[in-house]
Design a protein around this ligand. Structure first.
Ligand code: ADP
Ligand code: MG
Length: 608
């Protein structure tokens, strides 16, 4: 064993830097946080080649005195903390004095700064820890930092960096977290000279969510707000139909700082219990404000993890608030749009679609949708007291005396009181089912897809997904970028029975595909996979990937819109509705069924 010796300051600096700076995104986080702490109102981030070659952050903050420039690069040098007492009442994002020291140790940094109110500024370079002399700099008030050739002196680290697009995705993620937490800031992000995001001061939280994740998501969010003692919770949660395969769309902020916290994430998931299938994750943006003596942010070099004094309290607050909020929303997509008004009786053609017309006191089930007011049964059983629910539902089949259905209702007599009691296929697409609450309209494809998805997932977990080998591997030509995307996911794809290998020049060889796909062309399936991967800004997590593939397979194997089903198939499908763990929504987030409530029907027909 060699003798013990003190490590050189350079090695110490590199080891320390490794904890704080993992990739370009970590540099962006550290620099932008410094700008925020400096009171900047505008921060511009510029990235070249995913940040591996250039990162530049320019702010209009308070600036650094010329005499302090060198100190800014010293380890454990900070202007934000002077005693351990301050550690418990932090008002800044930084405080460990490690950011610039770490970056300066593993890159080539140019720091230029001019304190507000001074006529000129100064600049300094730090290359792998080596400082240049301080020079005069005639720039605008604020600070400008350029970081070039990240990890130039740590080849192992440099090797671990991924391609520019992947690194850029990470930078964008870091930027997103900062922009969501600092609402009064004007932030811009440029990549290779092009504007990626421009987030104006005027953009509030919802606007920012829309900027980063699109208008569709914005429309699906519910605000939440709660207070418990000195703790407040705010933000937005999305309806369960926005579910994702991973937790990456869960943004959690504690006192303005983005954090990761298992307990709080579980609490969020708990808020959706019963609304999401296992393995699916909700979308949420949660902002907790916790008194500083209740939370310790000094447990992690990048401060991505914090420790709470009473985590259970916060967890409860989160799950209860979310659960209560979601309960106020009806989660089967209940029809709220007004139905056709009685003043405009439908023309003959819609009526032709009706499978049957009621001519007797049938309960208001499927007939209610498009019937002209005149054909309403004369003496409807509209007094629940005289006509109890259960007996109502069974005799209806016999009472339909004038059926003129395009799809004859040839189903054998339904088992009395079975739920759902009856199902009829319409337009070769919708199954209409009487349920105690009203009338349920099922999208046959969406529901079947959901059921298959569940079954596939189960089989996959049980390791029973079979794959079919192709006698002659099939070449599929893609663009080189698409091929790279697919080959990057060869591992997870193989787990699902889809074997791909590189054939060069953008061509991918397909040698096996999931047996469950039956007669579907494996090439089509692969293309669907490519489309999915290409639609992602960043590579999906393994779990998201597997879930998406299962849902693609389910989608391909499910009955289609336009498939006429046999009465048995109809009955089967309607009955299986209860087997799907989350039968409200198909794996793609479209509703599987719509409920026309009895109440709403009665109201529309002016029976109440
Ligand atoms: P910390 O942020 O933990 O204090 P850093 O190494 O990130 O440590 O920064 C060291 C010091 O350099 C900060 O405390 C601050 O005084 C100064 N500094 C860094 N960036 C800026 C900036 N953009 N504007 C003004 N001062 C800055
Ligand atoms: Mg800092």
């Amino acid at each position: 064993m060699p003798r013990i010796q003190q490590l050189s300051p350079q090695v110490v600096a590199q080891i320390a830097a490794g904890e704080v700076i993992e990739r370009p995104a970590s540099v962006v986080k550290e620099l932008v946080e410094n700008s925020i702490d400096a009171g900047a109102t505008r921060i511009d981030v510029e990235v070249g080649q995913g940040g591996t070659d250039l990162l530049r952050v320019v702010d209009d903050g308070c600036g650094i005195e010329a005499d302090d420039l060198a100190l800014a690069f010293a380890a454990h040098a900070t202007s934000k903390l002077s005693s351990a007492v301050d550690l418990h009442q932090l008002g800044t994002l930084g405080f460990r004095g490690e950011g610039l020291a770490s970056i300066g140790g593993i890159a080539q940094v140019l720091l230029q700064s001019r304190p507000a109110g001074q006529t000129c500024g100064a600049e300094l370079q730090c290359h792998g820890g080596q400082l240049s002399p301080v020079r005069v700099w005639n720039g605008a008030p604020g600070t400008r930092i350029e970081v070039r050739h990240l990890f130039f002196n740590v080849p192992v680290r440099r090797k671990f960096l991924r391609g520019p697009s992947v690194e850029m995705a990470q930078v964008a993620e870091a930027f997103t977290r900062l922009a969501l937490s600092q609402l009064s800031l004007h932030l811009t992000l440029r990549h290779n000279g092009k504007v990626v995001y421009d987030v104006p001061t005027s953009a509030g939280l919802l606007d920012r969510i829309a900027i980063f994740f699109g208008d569709d998501l914005r429309r699906q969010l519910f605000p939440i707000e709660a207070e418990q003692g000195r703790v407040t919770l705010g933000g937005y949660v999305a309806g369960p139909e926005c579910e994702r395969g991973g937790a990456q769309m869960q943004y959690l902020f504690v006192n303005g700082r983005w954090v990761r916290d298992r307990g709080l994430s579980q609490a969020l998931q708990e808020g959706y219990r019963g609304l999401l299938m296992t393995g699916r994750h909700p979308v949420a943006f949660l902002f907790l404000e916790v008194p500083s003596d209740e939370v310790d942010v000094n447990v992690h070099p990048t401060k991505a993890e914090v420790r709470f004094r009473r985590p259970e309290k916060l967890q409860q607050l989160i799950s209860n608030t979310i659960r209560a909020r979601l309960q106020t929303e009806d989660l089967t997509a209940t029809l709220r749009a007004p139905m056709p008004q009685p003043v405009a009786p439908p023309t003959a053609s819609p009526q032709a679609d009706l499978p049957f017309a009621p001519a007797s006191p049938a309960p208001p089930t499927v007939e209610a949708r498009r019937l002209p007011p005149a054909s309403r049964p004369p003496t409807p059983p509209n007094k629940p007291a005289e006509a109890p629910r259960l007996p109502l539902s069974s005799p209806t089949a016999e009472k339909r005396v004038t059926p003129a259905p395009p799809v004859p209702e040839t189903r054998p007599a339904p088992a009395p009181l079975a739920r759902p009691a009856k199902a009829v296929q319409m337009h070769d697409l919708y199954l209409v089912v009487e349920v105690p609450e009203g009338v349920l309209v099922i999208d046959q494809h969406a529901l079947h897809e959901r059921i298959l998805f569940e079954q596939l997932q189960e089989r996959w977990h049980a390791g029973a997904l079979e794959s079919q080998r192709l006698l002659i591997p099939e070449p599929v030509s893609l663009t080189p970028a698409q091929a790279a995307l697919v080959l990057e996911q060869a591992g997870p794809l193989a787990q699902l029975g889809l074997d791909v290998s590189d054939f060069g020049a953008g061509t991918v060889l397909l040698s096996a595909y999931p047996a469950l796909l039956g007669k579907r062309s494996p090439r089509d399936v692969l293309r669907a996979v490519v489309d999915y991967l290409a639609s992602k800004e960043r590579p999906p997590t393994r779990e998201a990937m597997l879930n998406e593939l299962l849902s693609l397979m389910a989608c391909h194997a499910a009955v289609r819109a336009g498939d006429r089903l046999t009465p048995e198939e109809i009955a089967d499908l309607a009955e299986q509705r209860h087997l799907a763990q989350d039968s409200h929504h198909c794996p793609h987030g479209r509703p599987t069924s719509l409920l026309f409530t009895r109440q709403e029907l009665d109201r529309q027909f002016r029976r109440t």
